[in-house]
Design a protein around this ligand. Structure first.
Ligand code: SF4
Length: 331
């Protein structure tokens, strides 16, 4: 399979300013040495608690946030050092769907203009061609073309997210970062929007990075999943493998929190102790050690690396490479 995107040792630190001169007094280590790749046509899910660095990773890949260090290779080209103007032409191929469909739509523009805006900015087609494209895309995402002149406030949450999706695909991109695309929607609408994303992926040969905190959402449409904790990638595996054989204690805790709608099935709930530590001063060694029930002395002294323990299954834990130390099955 061909890689469309490769992320090598990505780092993003945000300065914490203090003192009378507003100088950096520390750094929020939001993303700290993260490497992974995404194959053409797949959905790669990125999950973790709030503060894990997943959204920063997604936005950094599109250079909506400048990386501190590391390489982002898109279709064989290193884009990490490209300037804003050089990135402009790449924007046609790389797009984002935002979490809050209402907040990301201009309330003063009718829907047709919102969807047409990227075509105007990039000077693609004549006015007539742009209008035809907007109607075509509206139909594709399940919006009636007669809604063209309506404003965002006249739509439901699900319809607004369809408008956001329409705007992100109007230029025929190849790669889309979907940042919590359904977390602001009612449960009844979530599946419809996820199914629409799947349908569009098949029709338009799209590749997705799906950022979400809800593992059930990620499972629904992801081919592979990466689990992030405090700025680090702790486990990467194919979706089926991750759900049937989670190896990192953090992944196991996340999976144990997913309810199973069958009273006959008993599952141990692993409760994580305390809150996620501050990314300004993360724990030494393994960052998960302050909440890990298997932590030993070595976990505080040495940082584990992300190693491939079986075909395509990567884990960052000192003990997992010798074979899973932890008995865990999800029925
Ligand atoms: Fe837990 Fe240690 Fe493994 Fe980290 S390295 S996940 S603290 S056992």
């Amino acid at each position: 399979m061909k890689k469309i995107l490769e992320v090598q040792n990505l780092v993003k630190y945000f300065p914490v300013l203090g003192g009378v001169f507003s100088r950096p007094v520390g750094y929020v280590k939001a993303v700290d040495d993260v490497s992974f790749h995404i194959f053409e046509g797949e959905t790669f899910g990125l999950v973790g608690e709030s503060g894990s660095g997943k959204t920063t990773t997604g936005k950094t890949l599109l250079k909506l946030i400048e990386p501190t260090k590391g390489k982002i290779i898109f279709e064989g080209k290193d884009i990490s050092k490209l300037s804003t103007s050089e990135m402009r032409s790449l924007r046609k191929s790389m797009q984002i769907i935002f979490q809050d469909p209402y907040g990301s739509l201009n309330p003063r523009l009718p829907v047709g203009e919102i969807i047409r805006e990227p075509l105007l900015v990039h000077k693609i087609g004549t006015k007539k061609e742009q209008e035809e494209r907007v109607v075509e895309i509206m139909k594709l995402v399940g919006l009636r073309p007669e809604y063209l002149h309506r404003y965002p406030h006249e739509f439901s949450g699900g319809q607004r997210q369809r408008i956001g999706i329409a705007r992100s695909i109007v230029m025929n991109p190849k790669f889309i970062v979907a940042d919590e695309p359904v977390s602001a929607l009612d449960a009844s609408v979530q599946a419809q929007v996820l199914n629409l994303l799947l349908e569009l992926q098949q029709k338009l040969a799209l590749t997705y990075l799906l950022v979400a905190h809800n593992l059930a959402v990620v499972r629904h449409i992801s081919d592979r999943i990466g689990v992030m904790y405090l700025g680090k990638l702790v486990e990467v595996a194919e979706t089926k493998e991750l759900f049937s054989k989670p190896l990192h204690p953090y992944t196991q805790a996340l999976l144990s929190a997913i309810p199973i709608p069958d009273p006959e099935v008993k599952k141990e709930r692993i409760l994580l102790q305390g809150d996620i530590p501050s990314p300004i001063n993360p724990p030494s060694g393994c960052r998960f050690r302050t909440r890990c029930r298997y932590a030993k002395d070595i976990c505080a002294e040495k940082e584990p690396s992300l190693v491939e323990v079986s075909d395509g299954h990567f884990v960052s834990c000192h003990f997992v490479k010798k074979g899973p130390v932890i008995e865990y099955t999800i029925k």
